[in-house]
Design a protein around this ligand. Structure first.
Ligand SMILES: CC(C)(COP(=O)(O)OP(=O)(O)OC[C@H]1O[C@@H](n2cnc3c(N)ncnc32)[C@H](O)[C@@H]1OP(=O)(O)O)[C@@H](O)C(=O)NCCC(=O)NCCSC(=O)C[C@@](O)(CC(=O)O)C(=O)O
Ligand SMILES: [Mg+2]
Length: 303
C-alpha cells in the first residue's frame, strides 16, 4: 500500500474532479492534472451491473497508485441502494482520504455512513476518525436540511450542490444565468458558513461551452464557494486561473494583514487604510487571498 499522510479536514479544495472508478485509463494518472481533489466515482458514472467491477478497480488503484498531494475522495452509492455499505468497506480498506455521500437528505444519512465508516476502520485497523466525509446535496429536501447535514459529524468537511439531480427534482433545466439554482446555492452557502464547513458548487457538463463555464465560475466566486466539482481536466486550469488573485489584490491583502498585526501589537483594533476602515473582520478575507496566491504560485511576499 502507498502510505498517505493523515487527511486534513480543512485544506484548499478549489477543484474536485470526478472520474469513473472503473476506468483504469482515467484513474491511473489522474494526479498529473493538478486538481486539488479527485473524486473516484462508484455512483452514477458506473453502470448498475458494473458496481462490483468498479469496486475492484478502485481498491487496486488505492493500493497501488501514489496520488501524492492530490486529495483522494470516493463517491459512494446512495443509502437507498444495496451498494453503499460495501463501497464504504472498500474505501476504508483501500485508505482513501474521504467519502462523498451521494444524495444526502438528512443528518441521519450522514450519521448512518459515519457509523459504517467507524465499523470499517475498526475492521481494517485504520486509525479511528481518519476517513473524512462530505455530503452531496441533490434534492430540495437535502437543501432544506443543509445546516443539520453540515453539523451531523465531526468528520464532515463540507457540502456540495449536485445540479443534475437537483434540477431533475425541481423540474427545471439549466439556464445561462443559473437563476434556477440561486436559492439552493445561497441556502447551502449560508448553512455551510454557519456550521463552519466548506461549500462546493456543482459540475458544468457542457465541455464545449467555455464561456458558459467561466460565467458560472465567476458567479461561484462572487457568491463565495470554496470550490467546484468538475468532470474534465480542461476545467481545472480555468478554475485555478479565475481564483488566482491579481497582483493588486495580493498587495492590498498583504498591506492589510501587516497593518492589522502592527496595530494589534500597539493595542489598536480599528484603523484606516486609504480612508477605509479596517478591523479584525477583514483579516480572514485577506488571509484567504494570500493562501490562494500561494496555491496559485503567484505569491512572492513574506507572509
Ligand atoms: C465527459 C467525459 C466522458 C469526456 O471525455 P473525453 O475523452 O471526450 O474528454 P477529453 O477532454 O477529450 O479528454 C482529454 C483527456 O483527459 C482524460 N480525461 C477526461 N476526463 C477525465 C476525468 N474526469 N478524469 C481524468 N481524466 C480525464 C481523457 O481520458 C483524455 O486523456 P487522453 O486520452 O490520455 O488524452 C469525461 O471527461 C469523463 O468521463 N468525465 C467524468 C464523468 C463522471 O465521472 N461523471 C459522474 C459525475 S457527475 C454526476 O454524477 C452528476 C452529479 O451527481 C454531479 C454533482 O454531484 O455535482 C449531479 O447530480 O449533478
Ligand atoms: Mg447526482
Amino acid at each position: 500500500m502507498i502510505p498517505r499522510p493523515k487527511p486534513e479536514k480543512f485544506r484548499l479544495r478549489r477543484t474536485m474532479m470526478f472520474m469513473n472508478a472503473q476506468k483504469p485509463g482515467l484513474i491511473k494518472d489522474a494526479y498529473i492534472y493538478g486538481a486539488d481533489s479527485i473524486m473516484l466515482d462508484l455512483e452514477d458514472a458506473v453502470a448498475e451491473n458494473q458496481k462490483d467491477a468498479a469496486r475492484f478497480s478502485l481498491y487496486h488503484a488505492l493500493k497501488t497508485i501514489d496520488y501524492g498531494d492530490t486529495e483522494v475522495l470516493v463517491r459512494i452509492n446512495g443509502l437507498d441502494t444495496p451498494h453503499w455499505r460495501e463501497d464504504v468497506r472498500v474505501v476504508v480498506a483501500g485508505g482513501a482520504d474521504g467519502i462523498r455521500i451521494a444524495k444526502t437528505e438528512s443528518a441521519a444519512d450522514v450519521r448512518t455512513v459515519e457509523a459504517a465508516v467507524t465499523e470499517a476502520e475498526r475492521e481494517f485497523g485504520v486509525e479511528e476518525g481518519r476517513t473524512l466525509l462530505m455530503a452531496a446535496i441533490e434534492s430540495p429536501k437535502g437543501v432544506l436540511n443543509a445546516y443539520e447535514i453540515c453539523t451531523a459529524s465531526p468528520r464532515l468537511f463540507g457540502i456540495a450542490l449536485s445540479g443534475g439531480d437537483y434540477r431533475k427534482c425541481m423540474q427545471v433545466k439549466p439556464t445561462p444565468g443559473g437563476v434556477e439554482m440561486l436559492a439552493a446555492r445561497g441556502q447551502m452557502l449560508i448553512a455551510a458558513r454557519a456550521a463552519g464547513v466548506q461549500c462546493f458548487d456543482t459540475v458544468f457538463t457542457d465541455l464545449d461551452d467555455e464561456e458558459g463555464f467561466r460565467a458560472e465560475m465567476q458567479q461561484n466566486k462572487d457568491m463565495g464557494f470554496d470550490g467546484k466539482s468538475l468532470i474534465n481536466p480542461r476545467q481545472i486550469r480555468i478554475v485555478h486561473e479565475m481564483l488566482a488573485p491579481t497582483p493588486k489584490e495580493i498587495a492590498a491583502a498583504e498591506t492589510l494583514v501587516k497593518a492589522y498585526r502592527e496595530n494589534a501589537d500597539k493595542g489598536i483594533g480599528v484603523f484606516t487604510i486609504n480612508g477605509k476602515m479596517i478591523d479584525i473582520a477583514f483579516v480572514p478575507g485577506a488571509e484567504r487571498v494570500i493562501q490562494l496566491a500561494k496555491a496559485s504560485g503567484v505569491y512572492e511576499g513574506d507572509l
